[in-house]
Every structure is written in structure tokens, then in C-alpha cells.
Design a protein around this ligand. Structure first.
Ligand SMILES: [Zn+2]
Ligand SMILES: [Zn+2]
Length: 362
């Protein structure tokens, strides 16, 4: 709440506005925990921790919360019981008073799972699996439970507790490691899914981030939490291509460290600008070069006469400042409020700060 937003200030300074510093009423911190996930939500002195990263990051997460002046946690969500999410949760439960723990009703036989249950028992913390559709208040913000709908999954990732956080008009979707099966169930709930920010499911794995979920969510931003050179090859190219196709701006912890979104209920500001680096992970090569997507190559070959002087119509995304041809896939996904048709020349649009879409290559 007391953080200065360098990026917002830079933008204000560049545009010559004498804007006051931007202070949000709700902040979403996607902590840089390497390969894993940990999200801290703060609103008006209320705090929620969603996952806590793996064992080697547990003390970092606790230190981060202390630095953020967390004295107690209203909610702790353990999305599911994989080590890269649960270890830091146990660390936080050991240190901070916690009113309510949400976690799914399945069991595993791991050391971290046993520690999780023993700290809950020892400190007599209320724990339950929340019902899909239930809404909980956190300061100015509230969050709704989206998953899990089922109770018998072969892949534990599908037990992940998915939530959608809102503060005024701003919204954030977090689905843990939910795979496409669970994403499909989330879409069937008929709950509101449209979100400004999507914290990518399962570290950008190709088995999550289905078209179905993205089309119901239509985010402007995606935040990816994964570790540099991770052995899973996260993020996978399939997920990165979908973001590009839909013109979704990307922030990622492996390239940019901890990512903080702040909202006043109307607009969202970031501690760093989106990197829009859609290069997939490569488990065999830590210095993987960005790969050009197959979809982009296919589309560009059909547009060889694109850059002619003939006046023609473009579709602008006024939010991401991209220029598209009307038949670009991204145009179909674009929110109406961001869509604008124009016959202005490509050059003059670029002078106004627009850049050509990497897929349809206008
Ligand atoms: Zn995970
Ligand atoms: Zn998992």
C-alpha cells in the first residue's frame, strides 16, 4: 500500500502529466520463487497467501511477508499438495497467525503434506475445501471459488483451488496447476471468468491454458511464474502462442523477478512493464533463443504484399497498442472496448506509438 510504482511514475513523467503517485488499494504480488508458485494478496491491511513455493524458497516467502508488514493472514490457500506450492505454505503457517486455510480434500503420502497437517492440528487452524461459487471478502477485494468441481482426479493438479479476485472493475484469475480437464469444468460453472489478469496455470504448461479458458477469460495481461532453465521446459510453446494470438501482454518471474499488480478498482499498474517475451522454456538449453511460432510463420507467408502504399483498413487494439489486419485471429478475441478500425497509414500509426502484430504482420 505504501509502495511507489516506478513504472507508473515513469509513464506519467514521460507523458508530461503532473500525476500524483499511484497507490493501489489492492495489490497482487506474484513472488519470484523460481519453479513454483506463491501469490500474496493485500487489501486494506488484510492479507491472503495463495501457495508458498518450494522448500528452498520458504524462508524467502516468510521474509517477504514480514517486509510487507503482514502480521496475520486472513486466508491461506494451498491450491494443491505438490511440493512447489506447499512447502512455503507450511513455512508461513508456522510463523503467522492464520484465520482460515482452504485446501482440497485429497490426501498424499509426502513429508510436506504431513507437515502441513501437523501444523494445522497443532495450531488448531480451521481448514476446509471451499465450495465452488462461494465468495469471500478481503479488505476492498473479494474472491470467488471456481474449482475443483470434481472429487476423483487421476492428476492431483486438477484438485487445484481456482479463484477469481475482484476489486471494483479489476479482476485476477488464479488456477494453480489446474489442467485442461479442470479448466473445462471451470468454464461449465457459468461463473464470471472475464479477468484483466490471468496468472498462468501450471507454470505455462501446454496441458493448461486451454483455448476454452482463455476465451472465457480474455485477459489483457498474463503473469507467468516459473524457474529459469526448469527441467519441465515451462513455459511450453503452445501456451505462449495462444497468448500471442490473443495479444495478451506478458510478465514473467523468471525474466523479471517478483511481479506486483496494483489496482484502485479502476485501473491496474505494475512494478515493471510487461516484458512480452514469449520464448518457451527449453529443458535442454538454458540459453534458449526465442522461437518463432509456427502459426506466425504460416500467417506471414500469406501476407507478402502487406506493406504496400494502398490505403486499407487496420484494426487497432487501443489497449495493447497493436495494429492488426481485420482477419487476424487476435481481432476475434479482442474486447470491443479496445477495438478500433482505421484507414490511417501504417507509418502514421507507428508514429502514434502503435506496433504491428507479430502474427498477421501488417
Ligand atoms: Zn506447480
Ligand atoms: Zn502441481
Amino acid at each position: 500500500m505504501k509502495r511507489l510504482f516506478k513504472y507508473a511514475l515513469t509513464i506519467a513523467a514521460m507523458s508530461g502529466l503532473m500525476a500524483a503517485p499511484v497507490f493501489g488499494q489492492t495489490e497482487i504480488h506474484v513472488l519470484d520463487v523460481g519453479q513454483g508458485l506463491s501469490v500474496l494478496v493485500e487489501s486494506q491491511g488484510h492479507y491472503m497467501l495463495y501457495d508458498g513455493g518450494d522448500r528452498n524458497k520458504s524462508s524467502f516467502v516468510v521474509a517477504y511477508l514480514k517486509e510487507e508488514k503482514v502480521d496475520s493472514l486472513d486466508y491461506v490457500i494451498a491450491s494443491h499438495y505438490d511440493a512447489d506450492h506447499l512447502n512455503g505454505v507450511v513455512g508461513a503457517l508456522n510463523v503467522f497467525p492464520v484465520k482460515q486455510v482452504f485446501s482440497p480434500d485429497y490426501t498424499t503420502d509426502t513429508r510436506v503434506f504431513n507437515s502441513f497437517h501437523s501444523v494445522i492440528d497443532t495450531k488448531s487452524i480451521d481448514r476446509k475445501q471451499p465450495k465452488v461459487g462461494a465468495v469471500y471478502q478481503l479488505g476492498d477485494a473479494s474472491f470467488q471459488i471456481l474449482s475443483p468441481s470434481g472429487d476423483d482426479y487421476s492428476d492431483p493438479n486438477n484438485y487445484s483451488i481456482g479463484i477469481r479476485i475482484t476489486d471494483g472493475d479489476s479482476s485476477f484469475l488464479i488456477t494453480g496447476d489446474a489442467e485442461s480437464d479442470s479448466e473445462s469444468e471451470i468454464c461449465k460453472t457459468k461463473l464470471e471468468l472475464e479477468s484483466d489478469v490471468y496468472v498462468m496455470g501450471h507454470h505455462g504448461s501446454g496441458t493448461s491454458t486451454s483455448w476454452e479458458l482463455l476465451q472465457k477469460t480474455t485477459p489483457e495481461y498474463a503473469v507467468l511464474s516459473c524457474g529459469t532453465g526448469n527441467t519441465y521446459g515451462h513455459p511450453h510453446i503452445e501456451s505462449m502462442e495462444k497468448l500471442q494470438d490473443m495479444d495478451i501482454q506478458l510478465l514473467r518471474t523468471d525474466k523479471q523477478g517478483t511481479i506486483i499488480a496494483s489496482t484502485d478498482g479502476t485501473s491496474i499498474t505494475w512494478n515493471v512493464a510487461p516484458c512480452n517475451d514469449y520464448s518457451p522454456g527449453d529443458k535442454n538449453d538454458k540459453s534458449a533463443q526465442p522461437q518463432k511460432s509456427a502459426a506466425a510463420q504460416k500467417q506471414s507467408s500469406g501476407n507478402t504484399s502487406a506493406n504496400t502504399a494502398v490505403s486499407r483498413e487496420y484494426i487497432l487494439n487501443t489497449s495493447t497498442k497493436k495494429i492488426h489486419y481485420p482477419d487476424c485471429n487476435s481481432v476475434k478475441q479482442m474486447k470491443d472496448k479496445n477495438k478500433k478500425a482505421t484507414t490511417q497509414s501504417r507509418d502514421s500509426l507507428i508514429k502514434q506509438g502503435y506496433s504491428p502484430c507479430g502474427n498477421c504482420k501488417p
